[in-house]
Design a protein around this ligand. Structure first.
Ligand SMILES: Cc1cc2nc3c(=O)[nH]c(=O)nc-3n(C[C@H](O)[C@H](O)[C@H](O)COP(=O)(O)OP(=O)(O)OC[C@H]3O[C@@H](n4cnc5c(N)ncnc54)[C@H](O)[C@@H]3O)c2cc1C
Length: 411
């Protein structure tokens, strides 16, 4: 067996898990290289806690150079060209080539797609945005608070609704909820539509119970920064004192130019193996598009939501199958479409929705009632995430997975 190099593009959820899992299976003779333009890995779910002051920026990040503890090479560089056929990339730090390529470059917020967004809206969808929004909230004196999804697709189906629910709890605690009219506006027909109607109705009820006016199927086209109004597609203008926006997302430009994408710029992959149309090239996580078999809304073609839980589980499958291929083993795994996420309420409680997104009838997802237990489970996941993938205590000395999963260590 010859030494192999696996090039992993992106050090977010998918890239990080792929690299770590591969290192569990493969001896150090095989090189694992992660390339990302950012040195810091950010645990995105915690951005909403940062928004309301429950976290500081330093609590939710880890340095990707720490991967060196695990014999994973990290290169901080901007990836400028992907050559899938050659398994090669051009970056700001030079050229890199591998025997296998894993693309996990994610989806990027594109606020510029909505005129006026950058000038007038706040967003918790980036670290800088969450910090600025936190400041804006401390200065907010009540009035009209609009939470708006200004374009599709976006990451994490729950996050815009969690944002609205958590802002309600935050304002209530500060004694300002009575002075604030809250509206939640979205182009989607129901909250978390891809998770199915049980989940959607449960979240809608949570909004209504908290006196948050919910306006589904309401696309917007622009934000008038001068008059401080959200301009809907219908022409109606919705005034705001504070606008919290969830912008449309796009795939990174380098991906759109890679020749691997569909017209919308996302990479179609096999729903179970995450292989692309180019041999030796996998793609996983938010950068991909996977149509879902189940339909429950007439005329609505659904795709797998962009969420870390799927990037994580897909990465485990890709790492296993790649390692098996390199080690000449016959075993293969398949991604099954199962996933779940917390719905944080901001009052110390969270709900938990989970189910089968590949169910042929409709996504079979149900919501467990909000309790303190689910909130603490979410806190534990945050702590575990940053410890599991970055702590030097987990440094890989000997790949154990090969022996455990394949029966013996390959040399
Ligand atoms: C506020 C918020 C809350 C969320 N909450 C949840 C949640 O509770 N549960 C859940 O499952 N998901 C949640 N998500 C979604 C989750 O964070 C993403 O779905 C997940 O990170 C996707 O993983 P990925 O590996 O596909 O992409 P990412 O984690 O986004 O990683 C992509 C990486 O590629 C890098 N990159 C991109 N382009 C280039 C380039 N040209 N050169 C070099 N590097 C590049 C980026 O810097 C990034 O590090 C949330 C997201 C947000 C914003």
């Amino acid at each position: 067996m010859s030494n192999k190099t696996i090039l992993i593009l992106g050090g977010g959820v998918g890239g990080l898990v792929t690299a770590n899992e591969l290192r569990r299976y493969l001896l150090s003779q095989h090189r694992i290289i992660v390339i990302d333009r950012q040195t810091q890995h950010i645990h995105n779910p915690s951005l909403l806690w940062l928004m309301i002051g429950w976290r500081e920026s330093s609590h939710l990040q880890a340095n990707l150079h720490q991967l060196a503890h695990r014999n994973i090479e990290f290169v901080q560089a901007d990836i400028q060209v992907i050559e899938p056929d050659n398994h090669r990339v051009q970056t700001s730090a030079g050229e890199f080539a591998g025997d296998h390529l894993v693309i996990a470059l994610g989806a990027q917020p594109a606020p510029e797609l909505t005129p006026g967004f950058v000038e007038a809206a706040h967003t918790p969808y980036t670290l800088e945005g969450a910090v600025q929004l936190r400041q804006a909230l401390t200065e907010f004196k009540g009035g009209k608070l609009v939470v708006a999804v200004t374009g599709l697709p976006y990451r994490c189906p729950a996050a815009p609704y969690e944002t609205a629910l958590m802002l309600h709890a935050y304002l209530k605690k500060r004694g300002m909820r009575d002075q604030t009219d809250m509206v939640m506006i979205s182009p989607e027909a129901m909250p978390m539509g891809t998770a199915g109607p049980i989940m959607g109705n449960a979240v809608r009820e949570m909004l209504t119970e908290r006196d948050i006016l919910y306006r589904p199927s309401t696309p917007s086209q622009a934000i008038d920064a001068n008059s401080r109004e959200l301009v809907l597609n219908s022409g109606e203008r919705v005034p705001f004192d504070l606008l919290v926006g969830v912008p449309a997302h796009r795939s990174p430009q380098v991906v759109r130019e890679s020749g691997l994408t569909n017209e919308a710029g996302w990479i179609p992959v096999d729903a179970n193996t995450l292989t692309t149309r180019t041999e030796g090239v996998y793609a996983l996580g938010d950068v991909t598009v996977i149509p879902l078999p189940g339909r429950f809304q007439p005329d609505a073609a659904l795709t797998l939501p962009k969420a870390g839980v799927f990037a994580h589980r897909q990465a485990e499958v890709v790492a296993f199958n790649l390692a098996a291929e390199i080690l000449g083993r016959a075993e293969r795994r398949a991604f099954d479409g199962l996933g779940g996420c917390f719905v944080e309420l901001g009052d110390g409680r969270a709900g938990y929705g989970a189910g089968d997104f590949y169910d042929p009838q409709a996504p079979a997802v149900t919501l467990r009632n909000p309790t303190r237990y689910w909130h603490w489970a979410k806190v534990l996941v945050e702590k575990y995430w940053l410890w599991r993938w970055f702590s030097s205590r987990f440094a890989t000395v000997q790949p154990i997975g090969d022996r455990l999963l394949f029966g013996r260590t390959s040399r």
